[in-house]
Design a binder for this molecule. Structure first.
Ligand code: PMV
Length: 350
């Protein structure tokens, strides 16, 4: 064993919220104004792969994102590094026998992280990224237990990617954020028929990032305040029930209403924020027409901070719905409006 160097590689999938997080009550600690709920995708879908290495020979902390060196001084990145190192020191000093004493916490770290999908296009890249980083560092130092609190401080939605399946992020009440954590409601195996499709409308970086977008919304949107206080608490209960009973009809309807209300609060923000484009809106119409044609809710859409559609459906409807999408958005004619098949970036070699 090389006692001078330690390396860990991990992958974390993205999560797609069905009850949306939008707005912080504390910018520094990343505490939300409402609870949220998401589905973590499968490991072989959209994911981040991160390698962390510590060595006696490294002179400074460094990070590479998708192959290019990035700024290690990013405040949220620094927070995650600091918190993990603090936990590692604490456990070591407590004399816990099950705790690794190697690697030494004072060694500098090199981080290498890559997504197998477009970064910052509103496909929750930061969620998978920070979850993966925190998890990999925890493995490196042999840490266990509640880590979603640290991932949350990288990117709010990242705390939900620390668990698989159906996950809630409880907003919490405390000012130190210790009760603002992610919890698994049900594992992925609870609902094996559920499927997720991603319709990549645009792989470009989003015009307004979630951090600034949320700040402006919290400051200016009365609808957001109403939603956080009066609407979300009820929907959290309904959605949890729908998941527990595998009631797709309710699950799908709440999901679509949540997406629409989130984008309504963006429009209610001043100046307004537009994440949806004409293709997004055509997809919304298509889903509603498809469902009413069948006289039941077979498909649901949801959109985050970008124009790309995420579709929830059940396995028996996937084939037909994909055919319908292909019919209305023919791959040859749409100039690449929607791409099919493999993700854009090959995953990095391990
Ligand atoms: O974690 P952030 O800061 O990237 O915010 C994510 C916000 C949404 O994706 C729009 C909603 C959500 O709950 O994931």
């Amino acid at each position: 064993e090389d006692r001078n160097m330690a390396v860990v590689t991990c992958s974390a999938p993205v999560n797609i919220a069905v009850i949306k997080y939008w707005g912080k009550r504390d910018e520094e600690a990343i505490l939300p104004i409402n609870s949220s709920l998401s589905v973590t995708l499968h490991q072989d879908q959209l994911k981040t792969t991160t390698t962390v290495a510590v060595s006696r020979d490294f002179k400074e902390d460094r990070i590479w994102l998708n192959g290019t060196e990035d700024n290690i001084t990013h405040p949220r990145l620094q927070t995650c590094l600091r918190e993990i190192r603090r936990l590692a020191r604490k456990r070591r000093n407590s004399g816990d026998e099950n705790c690794n004493t190697f690697p030494t916490v004072s060694y500098k770290v090199h981080i290498c992280s890559a997504n197998n999908f477009p970064t910052a296009a509103g496909l929750a890249s930061s969620a998978a990224g920070y979850a993966c980083l925190v998890y990999a560092l925890a493995k490196l130092y042999g840490l266990e237990g509640e880590l979603s609190e640290i991932a949350r401080q990288g990117s709010g939605s990242a705390c939900r990617s620390m668990y698989g399946g159906f996950v809630q992020w409880v907003m919490g009440e405390k000012t130190d954020g210790s009760d603002s954590i992610a919890q698994q409601i049900k594992p992925e195996s609870h609902w094996p028929e559920l499927r997720v499709l991603i319709l990549v409308v645009s792989a470009e970086r989003k015009p307004v990032g979630s951090t600034t977008g949320m700040q402006t919304s919290v400051k200016t949107s009365p609808l957001l305040k109403h939603r956080a206080e009066k609407i979300v608490p009820e929907r959290m209960k309904e959605m949890t029930e729908a998941i527990q009973c595998r009631d797709f009809e309710s699950f799908a309807q709440i999901t679509m209403k949540e997406s629409n209300q989130f984008h309504a609060t963006c429009l209610d923000t001043f100046p307004p924020i537009f994440y949806l484009n004409n293709i997004s809106r055509r997809i919304i119409n298509l889903v509603h027409k498809y469902n009413s044609h069948h006289g039941e809710t077979r498909v649901a859409y949801t959109f985050d901070a970008g124009p790309n559609a995420v579709i929830y459906t059940l396995h028996q409807h996937v084939e037909e719905f994909v055919e319908v999408v292909k019919h209305f958005f023919p791959p040859e004619e749409n100039g690449g409006h929607i791409r099919y098949g493999r993700p854009r970036y090959p995953p990095p070699p391990l």
